[in-house]
Design a protein around this ligand. Structure first.
Ligand code: F6R
Length: 243
């Protein structure tokens, strides 16, 4: 895994925003895997800013988000689909039919997960997957445990993950759904290239274990060590903790 530190969150967002726009210019029909959460907020603001400035064409771009809460419809303000609409999709000329998302209110979760896997396969897989990392080492919503699931599946969220997501629900953890649908580890690792972004000292232990620990289901992000093309982008405050 290649690892690079940036002076701050803005510099990291600027660098990754540039990489993504350059990729879209080089490969107009690129398939992106995308995260939600606090970490990519700067990235999406930067992509919106650069898109307004430089007018890159997103009309052939396809996206697949990593995960969605169970029980929240796309129109629900707490859904990850709504998060993405507000932060990115609304600002670029992506076609609605090119936006891949798990349906949190699907009646049959297993069927929905199968549909998602087939949709990703049908467009030839994900070219560039952007990931955040949980303080517990999760990627997507693949939580630490005795085993990890390979493919897109239904998960029960860990208490710290629900607490970290309370900020999207006015700080009220009781409103954070208990379950989610998430891409599995093999779905993530099948991407041709992966960029993991992490900022802030609270992620230092997870990043240390991901980079320098053994490959273990206790730290799902450690499985990225098995992938040949992973770039880890950190801010300096986190990198300082690793030194
Ligand atoms: C969200 C996702 C999660 C987050 C992780 C970090 O789509 O897949 O793995 O990337 O929980 O979240 P933040 O960035 O809020 O610290």
């Amino acid at each position: 895994m290649k690892c690079q530190a940036y002076p701050g969150e803005d510099a990291l967002a600027a660098a990754l925003g540039r990489i993504i726009l350059d990729t879209i210019r080089r490969l107009p029909a690129v398939v992106l895997g995308l995260p939600t959460g606090r970490t990519p907020l700067g990235l999406y603001a930067e992509l919106a800013r650069l898109t307004a400035l430089e007018q890159p064409d997103w009309s052939e771009v396809r996206t697949f988000n990593l995960d969605e809460f169970v029980g929240l419809a796309p129109s629900d303000s707490g859904s990850y689909r709504a998060f993405m609409q507000e932060r990115l999709f609304h600002h670029v000329n992506i076609r609605p039919e090119h936006i891949g998302f798990l349906d949190g209110v699907a009646e049959d979760a297993d069927a929905e997960c199968g549909r998602y896997e087939r949709a990703i396969a049908a467009v030839g897989g994900i070219d560039l997957m952007v990931l955040g990392i949980g303080a517990n080492g999760h990627i997507g919503f693949n939580e630490p445990g005795k085993t990890l699931a390979a493919r897109t599946h239904l998960v029960t969220l860990d208490a710290p993950t629900r607490a970290a997501n309370a900020l999207w629900f006015d700080g009220d953890v009781t409103r954070v759904p208990r379950q989610a649908l998430t891409m599995g580890m093999a779905t993530i690792l099948a991407a041709r290239a992966i960029v993991l972004i992490a900022t802030g000292e609270t992620k230092a232990e997870a990043v240390r274990a991901m980079l320098y620990g053994g490959v273990t289901t206790a730290v799902p992000a450690s499985f990225l060590q098995l992938h040949p093309q992973v770039n880890v982008m950190l801010d300096q405050s986190l990198a300082d903790q690793l030194a």
